[in-house]
Design a protein. Structure first.
Length: 391
């Protein structure tokens, strides 16, 4: 890679098109701007897509949990679950947070691991998709990830540590520039947490302040490059926007009121915006679809064509036999993710205006970059072009 040119990709979780349009975020400094189609799913789906260019159908990450009795790493936890009384204690947020850390360590997970509100009695029937650190070398197994690619190309690169906060990640990026790194992938996730609490419109002051802060940080990267007499090309990428809460539905209770037994007759994952069902006993599909009927004004069962279009279709039904997606703004409460709704949520239909992500750049963005799964190709192209020119 040419030594006096720097390529920076900055990922800002949940920086949606609507927010960027509404605030004019860095319109002068980053004049090349495009609305990007969100990756169907959550950040846990989008990150592996960004890091590999593969769809969820290819990399196998959709919801964090997956009904998979045969593949569950938690099978042995079933033995201690009956001892965990009173349940209310073990369901407290802080207890669950610490327990997540302990379980993650115990199982040697290097990826992001959180139990959320997944009931302990169901855990032995669940697999968890982020057991490995996706950013690490060979973190996605056989699939080449960004680090594998940059290492193979012998690039002088820096990739953020996702365990630490935004401030420290910008500090690390500045240090990396000083050390002569010429390809940076900076990861930031704090805007997402804020937008869950303060979704726009109207754009809350804390959100404006955070955006102003990102701008300052970006300008500081430009300044360092200028001081080092290096030209810089910076591209901001995001994975989705944020949709304000309009309504909650208790779809979980409706399914649990049926005579079906979880684990024997059916499997289920209740994410905040979608219900993934696995049908086991012969009648289970009919009974579950019947139980969900009252919610059909608030959501719909995805067709195979929709699954294919969103890159989540698997013939082996890894993600469940059927997926019921809520309409934008409507959250499933309670779900395996939480017992209370959030003011804002993502993970709705990618076509919804509040779902749209963005790419913003100092330089022209190739026409073919239209959805989240195209970012990896763009990063690859930039590395290969410079390699061809400079080395
Ligand atoms: Zn989020």
């Amino acid at each position: 890679m040419v030594k006096n040119e720097v390529e920076i990709f900055l990922f800002i979780d949940a920086l949606g098109w609507e927010l960027v349009e509404g605030t004019g975020f860095m319109s002068e400094e980053l004049p090349f701007r495009r609305r990007i189609e969100m990756q169907f799913g959550y950040s846990s789906t989008a990150i592996p897509t960004i890091l590999s260019g593969r769809t969820p159908a290819e990399h196998g990450h959709l919801g964090l949990f997956r009904f998979a009795p045969k593949d569950s790493p938690f099978r042995r936890l079933g033995r201690i679950e009956p001892l965990m009384r009173p349940r209310s204690f073990w369901n407290r947020g802080r207890v669950r947070h610490w327990l997540s850390r302990i379980i993650g360590r115990l199982y040697g997970f290097t990826g992001y691991f959180q139990l959320y509100q997944m009931p302990f009695c169901k855990l032995p029937l669940m697999d968890y998709c982020e057991k490995q650190d996706l950013f690490a070398s060979r973190g996605m197994g056989e699939i080449e990830n960004l680090r594998d690619f940059l290492t193979r190309h012998d690039a002088a690169y820096h990739i953020s540590d996702w365990h630490i906060g935004d401030r420290r990640n910008f500090e690390a990026a500045r240090r990396a520039l000083g050390e002569g790194k010429t390809f940076l992938f900076i990861y930031t996730a704090e805007l997402d947490a804020l937008l869950h609490r303060f979704p726009a419109p109207p754009v809350a002051d804390v959100i404006r302040e955070k955006l102003a802060w990102y701008r300052e940080e970006i300008l500081s990267l430009f300044k360092i490059c200028a001081d080092l007499k290096k030209t810089v090309r910076l591209t901001v990428i995001s994975d989705h926007g944020m949709t304000p809460l309009t309504k909650t539905v208790d779809l979980k209770s409706a399914v649990e009121k049926t005579p079906l037994v979880f684990g024997r007759d059916y499997g289920a994952c209740y994410d905040s915006t979608m219900f993934r069902a696995t049908f086991i006993s012969p009648d289970s599909e009919r009974i579950i679809r019947e139980a969900v009927k009252p919610f059909e004004n608030d959501g719909h069962w995805l067709t195979a064509d929709e699954e294919k279009h969103y890159g989540i279709y698997r013939a082996d039904r890894l993600f469940g036999d059927a997926i019921f997606l809520m309409a934008p703004g409507i959250q499933i409460v309670p779900s395996d993710m939480g017992n209370v709704p959030l003011n804002g949520m993502h993970g709705f239909s990618p076509e919804d205006k509040d779902s749209q992500a963005v790419v913003l750049s100092t330089d022209e963005i190739p026409e073919r970059v239209r959805c989240v799964s195209d970012y990896f190709g763009l990063m690859k192209q930039r590395v290969e072009e410079r390699e061809a020119r400079g080395v």
